[in-house]
Design a protein around this ligand. Sequence first.
Ligand code: GLN
Length: 208
Amino acid sequence: MAERTNHNFKVGILALQGDVEEHYNALQKVKNKPDFKISIVKAKTKKDIEESDALIIPGGESTTLSRLIEYYDLYDLIKNKRFILGTCAGLILMSKDILGKREWQKSLELLDITVSRNAYGSQVHSFSQKGIITLGKNSYEIVQTFIRAPKIVTVNSDKVRVISKLDDEITGVELKTDKVHYIGLTFHPELETELVHEYFVKSIHNYI
Ligand code: GLN
């Protein structure tokens, strides 16, 4: 367990592949706010992940991330984290049911949802659009950027709450229990805003 004082804990960004820097920058903005005492680590090794109280799984390529997680033997360590924010490929890895996955691709099975990989098309079909996200009691209109993004096809458990939408499409979910808080988004909030990171960090403060 990470060593920490009252309100100081470590947020790891899984740094095997993907948009690690963008998450790092968003977290830095949260860290610079007066109420938040966190340290941020780009987590590559077992030790980094063990020492992180919370983990962000960035966007990138879920097949590559899967392979690297297996290769470095990080699967169980990641699966056992109590606080995880996954964006795009990160969300895919968190989903129990992945349509269009490679047969060897292993899910972390943290969110009981069905996602469909690359559901908007290829890189050239990437786009940004305003959508609504609800973070705790507050709803915000934010720009949602989709890059070879998955779609959340169905939510298969009533414990998993829809928190974000783009028109009628579900673009974000969360699972919040007395033990864990997982957030999964099909888009990349880290490119536009630190609101989600702030909500995530604030939430962890309430648990530990
Ligand atoms: N299409 C990618 C995948 O299947 C995800 C893209 C992203 O994370 N921006 O993993």
